[in-house]
Design a protein around this ligand. Structure first.
Ligand SMILES: Nc1ncnc2c1ncn2[C@@H]1O[C@H](COP(=O)(O)OP(=O)(O)O)[C@@H](O)[C@H]1O
Ligand SMILES: [Mg+2]
Length: 485
């Protein structure tokens, strides 16, 4: 491979058919004169085409098509010209430089020699050693490069971070997020999953039907079954944000509701029955009563509430003391109406913030599938800025990158990008400041199945194409099929 030209922060390399490299590969360019090195990453591949070359190809085809006898070619020129026709251009982004003392340097303003530079493909292990990239809690997510080298990211890189896993349907997003969750829990983390397909319960099982290594740490929470709160536990603020945001309660009714709440609390009878009685008998405007009754009805039918006296309520702090070694709390939302989904999310998030604020629980990792379906728009910014501050570290998983607001893209730390062919989807991702637009566009469009481009802090800001490993986690939540073929 040879350097052909430079254009801004990219180099264009000339490669022959025998130079094997693909998009995403890293190259080391060693300038033997100055002893400096440069690390570049191939992001696009093209034919080497000049006008005369194309004319030649056309002429040749015409000659072959119109002549019947063998062409006489004693000097084997045909072979030579075939080699030229298969020459390729690699476009590569300059990612880093290495100075004379083999240290990483950000000075990429110099120009490597076209004559004295040697170009070689960098293995990921070599890249890691240049970067000094190591960690304590590895998460093996798959393999990378032609040499199929194992590729790890580190659990500690997820601490305090905001991540996005995106790609088109069926590309392997949930598969990757299950792998991440499993390893985080193995390392003792507490994870909450908003699961829209009721599929993360598979974390408790291996695909051969045996118990998984984290089975005792997996909890499946559903309304009426593990996911039940008492009014007292949710608190006035939790219930009020639920009424306001998920149930569109008007302000006037909300004020009346609080009076009822305070009175019940004073009488120490803050339970569902007393609340229902109070709403029916309270001296209020009938319109307000109607508003309260309809909300009370939703609260009752949601099966999300219980009375503290029944001792079947969910308390996050109890789960955390009970499951010392980490836990995956999976909130199954597949079969639930959208109103109840919103109520669940509102209640859980407000309670978590409350507990974190008082330092009662450790930080929590939150995995949210297609969050646009149950998190209100105004909450987005809140989740990332305020909640991250308190200790809720979110990973959004979506096949609709345009559902996530620009504000989030600007703050995101890591992106795991699977295949996207649609330009509109990729446009949205170009708001990401972690990597240049061309790399995202060119690589994402041709990513093979189950490959993802990892971008951000977890890969030390050097994007890597990873072939995601298969796992032994049981696959659940597949679409029910009518035709069983
Ligand atoms: N790296 C992988 N190795 C083996 N199977 C995979 C891999 N990634 C995904 N799958 C399988 O492909 C299917 C779709 O993957 P899934 O993660 O559910 O896609 P998505 O969430 O992007 O729609 C699932 O059956 C899953 O088990
Ligand atoms: Mg999925």
């Amino acid at each position: 491979m040879k350097i052909l030209s430079k254009n801004g922060n990219e180099l264009i390399m000339l490669a022959m058919k025998t130079d094997i490299a693909t998009k995403g590969d890293y190259l080391l360019i060693e300038d033997e004169k100055s002893n400096k090195k440069m690390i570049v990453q191939i992001y696009d591949e093209d034919y080497f085409s000049s006008q005369s070359l194309i004319e030649d190809i056309v002429k040749d085809e015409v000659v072959v098509a119109s002549s019947t006898e063998n062409l006489h070619d004693p000097l084997n020129i045909g072979n030579l010209s075939r080699i030229i026709r298969d020459a390729r251009l690699f476009r590569a982004k300059i990612r880093a430089a290495i100075d004379i003392s083999d240290r990483l340097s950000s000075d990429i303003s110099w120009l490597p020699s076209r004559v004295f530079s040697k170009v070689k493909r960098l293995r990921i292990s070599e890249l890691n050693s240049f970067l000094g990239r190591t960690g304590i809690l590895p998460i093996p997510i798959g393999k990378t490069g032609k040499d199929n080298e194992d590729f790890d990211i580190y659990a500690e890189e997820f601490d305090g971070k905001l991540n996005i896993i995106t790609g088109k349907k069926e590309s392997g997003k949930s598969h990757l997020s299950k792998m991440l969750i499993k390893t985080l829990v193995q390392y003792g983390a507490f994870v909450i999953v908003f699961d829209l397909n009721n599929e993360y319960g598979g974390l408790a099982w291996n695909s051969d039907g045996s118990r998984s290594s984290i089975q005792d740490q997996v909890m499946i929470l559903e309304p009426g079954n593990g996911l039940k709160f008492s009014l007292e536990y949710c608190g006035k603020s939790g219930i009020s944000s639920m009424l306001k945001n998920s149930l569109d309660m008007p302000a006037a009714s909300l004020r009346e509701f609080f009076r009822i709440w305070d009175s019940l609390k004073n009488k120490k009878t803050l339970d569902l029955d007393s609340l229902g009685n109070a709403i029916n008998t309270w001296n209020i405007n009938e319109l307000v009563r109607d508003a309260l009754i309809s909300r009370y009805h939703v609260i009752q039918t949601s099966r999300l509430f219980t009375d503290a006296s029944k001792r079947d309520e969910l308390r996050f702090e109890s789960i955390i003391t009970e499951k010392r070694k980490g836990a995956a709390m999976i909130v199954n939302m597949g079969k639930i109406t959208s109103v109840v989904r919103k109520m669940i999310v509102e209640l859980i998030l407000s309670k978590l913030v409350d507990l974190l604020e008082k330092n009662i629980i450790p930080p929590i990792f939150l995995f949210a599938e297609e969050a646009q379906l149950y998190i209100r728009e105004t909450y987005w910014e809140d989740i990332i800025t305020r909640m991250r501050h308190f200790g809720i570290y979110t990973t959004f998983i979506t096949n609709q990158p345009d559902a996530i607001s620009d504000g989030i893209y600007r703050q995101v730390d890591n992106i795991f990008l699977f295949n996207f062919t649609n330009d509109a989807d990729l446009d949205k991702l170009s708001k990401v400041s972690l990597v240049d637009n061309e790399t995202i566009r060119s690589i994402a469009k041709t990513l093979p199945q189950r490959h993802c481009l990892a971008i951000g802090k977890a890969v030390s800001d050097l994007p890597v194409v990873v072939k995601i490993a298969t796992t032994e986690i049981l696959t659940l939540g597949e679409t029910k099929k009518f035709f069983k073929i």
